[in-house]
Design a binder for this molecule. Structure first.
Ligand SMILES: [Zn+2]
Length: 387
């Protein structure tokens, strides 16, 4: 059976201009094509027509970095909660993400592999949520940043074993925490948590297993080491120098920007004051970092990182940094797909890909994100999600 979605506007996510008054044609769970004009009802053959002529269609958003089981605030307290409670929190968050238009999430890690269970529940249709690309438990050094939310490993051999265990458990990507962070007391954001031989061992092991590796990294020497040894993704990256960004451009390293959580947490009362101050310092650099990344053509994705379901805010930061609305939407869709290695399946509305898309009220190409905040329908695999 074919399904025709008549739309006021279709943005296919490839970075070109939209097609107005068009029809998205879906065959089973995949996109068959985009046709100009509104294809009429075809009742004889049993095909279905949906009238979205007053709405705009674009690919489902793809979040490049979030954690299902942790909410914004004190990461240590959140991570120490019982797994039973955190998995229920994951159910809550997965639903909210999908309702906001996020149809795929590259998770940056959950303790106890809770993401694996959530993915099974989502794929079985028990709970609504994005398609999940999982990183398993983040690999931390003993006592290093975020030790409470991942697994601790030390020395090249210890790190290799941790990577192998994560992959054995089902991780599709590897996540490593190589510098300090906002939510761990003591130490600076640029504190190095692993040596270069340890980072090299993780990269080698991930690549031997044909997995990508992303590193939580605000900058400093660890950033130089990581880029040199071939890390695929730098997450946050707030204080990367121009030289480090140049090196990322040469190596094709992805950057994942997480600006919205920094801004939101800086003014959230229940966040500890030492963290709020750090969040403020980081948030002040986010637009500048993106401007510097843009001028170098660095591959980019965006992530909500515990400020769940806020990708519209990430798009807003991209607009502030000088990306056009078409470019910003491409980063929040195709960018996330490429980051996750899912670009053949999702991220654009092209023939053969999953029909994951959202219908929004308004024009997403206006220099505001009002339309992205007004999601009227979410489809995954051609099926409208009931959320
Ligand atoms: Zn994170």
């Amino acid at each position: 059976m074919l399904r025709y979605i008549q739309c006021g506007m279709i943005i296919d996510g490839r970075g070109g201009m939209p097609i107005y008054n068009a029809t998205l044609v879906i065959e089973n769970e995949r996109v068959r094509g985009v046709e100009e004009g509104w294809r009429g009802s075809d009742k004889e053959s049993g095909n279905e027509v949906l009238d979205f002529r007053n709405l705009s269609i674009l690919p489902g958003l793809i979040d490049g970095h979030d954690h299902l089981d942790i909410d914004m605030g004190d990461g240590e307290t959140e991570s120490m909660q019982d797994p039973q409670w955190r998995i229920l929190k994951g159910v809550k968050n997965a639903r909210a993400m999908l309702a906001s238009g996020i149809t795929t999430l590259r998770s940056a890690g959950e303790k106890h592999n809770l993401g694996h269970y959530l993915r099974r529940a989502i794929e079985a249709g028990w709970v609504p949520g994005p398609r999940l690309v999982l990183s398993g438990a983040p690999i931390c050094s003993t006592g290093g940043h975020a030790w409470f939310l991942g697994v601790e490993a030390d020395g090249p051999d210890g790190v290799r074993a941790a990577v192998r265990t994560n992959i054995k458990d089902g991780a599709e990507m590897v996540k490593m925490i190589i510098t300090g962070g906002v939510t761990t007391p003591g130490g600076s954001l640029l504190r190095t948590c692993f040596t270069q031989p340890e980072i090299r061992a993780a990269v080698e092991e991930a690549h031997l297993a044909e997995r990508r590796i992303g590193v939580h990294c605000y900058g400093g020497p660890a950033a130089t080491w990581a880029i040199e040894v071939g890390v695929d993704i730098i997450e946050h990256g707030t204080f990367l120098t121009d030289e480090q960004l140049d090196a990322m451009s040469r190596h094709g390293t992805f950057l994942v920007s997480t600006s919205s959580v920094m801004r939101a947490a800086a003014t959230t009362p229940h966040v500890a004051s030492f963290m709020r101050e750090r969040f403020r310092q980081v948030s002040e650099e986010c637009v500048g970092l993106l401007r510097r990344a843009k001028s170098r053509g660095i591959k980019l994705a965006v992530g909500c990182d515990t400020h769940h379901a806020s990708l519209a805010e990430e798009v807003e930061t991209l607009l502030q940094a000088g990306y056009t609305p078409v470019e910003a939407i491409k980063i929040a869709t195709a960018g996330g797909a490429e980051l996750s290695g899912r670009e053949k399946e999702v991220g654009t509305l092209e023939p053969g890909k999953f029909a994951d898309f959202i219908a929004v009220k308004g024009d997403p190409l206006e220099a505001s994100t009002a339309a992205l905040r007004n999601v009227r329908a979410v489809f995954q695999g051609g099926v409208r999600q009931n959320i």
